[in-house]
Write a protein that binds this ligand. Structure first.
Ligand SMILES: N[C@@H](CCC(=O)N[C@@H](CS)C(=O)NCC(=O)O)C(=O)O
Length: 232
């Protein structure tokens, strides 16, 4: 097969190399799973103009041979459909709805819990041009000042560990959420943990947590791609 031309617009921090978006991480892992490489373009919250061609204002945005796809879930479906001869992202079409459920759970239950722990670290590390926008958009979303959201870090951290219980349960039965081998369901959760790892000094997981060992396996996947990725 000829090489596909893939460009991924990814959120970057003040430092260009700091790529911390959870949804972009889901796509990074999906691309690696498919054995694909993309040209990764750093993007900042306030650079809406640079992705206006996608018809919306969020990253990830993938451009594949001139076709534009936004939203990490839609990108995963696109990669699965367009690269059917490479390893399946879901482990077969029948497993796709379950991965969609995990993605929805991660985004609605786990992501807000992690956000409460790391939000001030994100604020500190976004580009200075993004800072005011980041604060006002997130305070509007959360209905409180970021300092209020982050005030009780020990309780917020305990809530993340509690939220991970379904993952812990799954890992009691298999090495990965998707079973014996990692798949997109794993990347949906792992992407959120990469968000925290890249942007915050706080360790979300205890060393004896099975989720810690699972995260290690994924940090080492694809030649250690995630482990060697720059962190703040
Ligand atoms: N459902 C979307 C969410 C994408 C999203 O929220 N992206 C964030 C970065 S993690 C963003 O681009 N935010 C820009 C903004 O808030 O203006 C997906 O899965 O891709």
């Amino acid at each position: 097969m000829g090489e596909a031309a893939l460009t991924l617009y990814e959120l970057a921090g003040a430092d260009d190399a700091l790529r911390f978006s959870p949804h972009c991480w889901k796509v990074r892992m999906a691309l690696a799973h498919k054995g694909l490489e993309a040209d990764r373009v750093p993007w900042r919250f306030t650079e809406k103009q640079a992705i206006a061609f996608s018809g919306q204002g969020l990253v990830p945005v993938l451009v594949h041979d001139g076709e534009t796809i936004s939203d990490s879930w839609r990108i995963a479906l696109h990669l699965e459909e367009r690269f059917p001869n490479r390893p399946s992202l879901f482990g077969g079409a029948g497993a796709m709805p379950l991965a969609r459920f995990i993605n929805g759970w991660a985004d609605t239950a786990l992501s807000p819990a992690i956000a409460r722990v790391i939000i001030l670290d994100v604020l500190e590390r976004v580009h200075e041009d993004d800072r005011a926008y980041f604060r006002s958009s997130r305070e509007q979303r959360m209905g409180r000042s970021l300092e209020e959201v982050a005030a009780d870090r020990p309780a917020n951290l305990a809530a993340v560990r509690q939220a991970l219980l379904p993952v812990r349960r799954a890992l009691a039965a298999a090495d990965f959420i998707a079973g014996a081998a990692p798949a997109y369901a794993d990347y949906c959760v792992f992407g959120l943990l990469m968000w925290a790892r890249c942007i915050s000094p706080v360790e979300l997981l205890e060393a004896d947590d099975p989720v810690f060992a699972w995260r290690d396996r994924l940090l080492d996947a694809f030649g250690g791609m995630a482990r060697t990725s720059p962190c703040a």
